[in-house]
Ligand binder design. Sequence first.
Ligand code: BG6
Length: 479
Amino acid sequence: EQNNKRFPEGFLWGGATAANQMEGGFHEGNKGLNIADVLPGGKERLKLLMNPGFNFEIDEEKYTYPNHEGIDFYHRYKEDIALFAEMGFKAFRLSIAWTRIFPNGDELEPNEEGLAFYDRVFDELHKHGIEPVVTISHYEMPVNLVKEYRGWRNREVVTFFERYVNAIFNRYKDKVKYWMTFNEINSGLMMPIMGLGFAIEKEEDKYQPTYQAFHHQFVASSIAVKACHEIIPESQIGCMIIFAPVYPFDSNPENVLYAHQEERLFNNFCADVQVRGEYPAFIKRYFKKHGIELEIQEGDLELIKEHTVDYIGFSYYMSRTEKKEKTELEKAQGNMLAGVKNPFLKASDWGWEIDPTGLRTSLNKLYDRYELPLFIVENGLGAYDKVEEDGSINDDYRIKYLSEHIAAMRDAINEDGVEMIGYTSWGCIDLVSASTGEMSKRYGFIYVDKHDDGSGTLARKKKKSFYWYKDVIASNGEK
Ligand code: BG6
């Protein structure tokens, strides 16, 4: 009789982060400015950034910039990695800040101080037997490439990216086996500025530049896959997408069709190209409909076809419920992916609907379509935490959220036959929120004493979930 509680041997349990949200040291080691460095703190940050008038300058009189200090991982990485090791982490997902390696993005030679920093971090991880899982680009484009080149709209950026990936693959070939190209690549459909590095000036002008920029990223992604396989033969390199399954609001066939179309466009388009190596039929039709004519250079499509990813990394936070005709009132609040409220689900304090079964559905949908190993590289609950008088932090809500999602993953593996590499929960140590710049939106097993107004000692503290996750890992998910 099969044990239905088991996870595969060697399953990569761990946590996930991104350089810009935790490192700080934003000027140290000759680092250049990236998009997150010019992003003010506060709930309005994404609106500000998406405003075509945004100038990508720092204005300290008007705003605060939480990413500048982050949680000071740049100086405290040894302490933090020791805490991850205490929890038993098998893997730690982090990103390399492009601007530590190429401060302006367009230099010819990499910056030695930046390269040396990640050497120290990877060595420290290996000292504790933790496998680094590295995102090459996590919403961290050099500001210079945004200002001078208009981000991924410009083909030249592919060349700069190629230089960057060659530098890091050559440098870290003995230290990093798991890679990912672009974080949540499909977010470019929603917020082009974060992923694609440019703002849309007028809604009707979005189509051509957005998909041209995507084409450049797909070429860049295949260049990275090719180089990774050549330079580090035993490596695995994946894509990374946001996956939020789209449910029809009801059985009205119009809504079923609409949900399917939305899901295909948002969830599948990028992975289709990166996994199958081809633009799918539906998107070609969509290009025609919107008058999109991609500039494709000789050899691009062959490159994309030949150098597809080894696994699918994805983030899962919520599902999305769709209705073809929706009123303002029905719209789900806070859910960046829009949609309508799902009457069966409760939402987090930030309006993100909590849906563990949706994770099992996502794993099934992804595996049915691609039959590639899956890696959940982000999942977690952003919540307010309270430090009690005795210093304890009793985050039972986080434990509940994570254990329900882990159980859904276990069932997808054991009951549905989905193949998985690992699970790294988001923000394993509290860090700066990407969408709001808040510290109070916490995800961690480790509390960081830093607050929205910038105050705090930066001291680290174990939450209740720290001990819980340690048990999960020690029992390989059986507990
Ligand atoms: C993902 C991003 O979208 O969600 C992370 O890859 C981000 O960078 C995470 O932090 C959670 O979002 P937020 O806005 O709560 O930080």
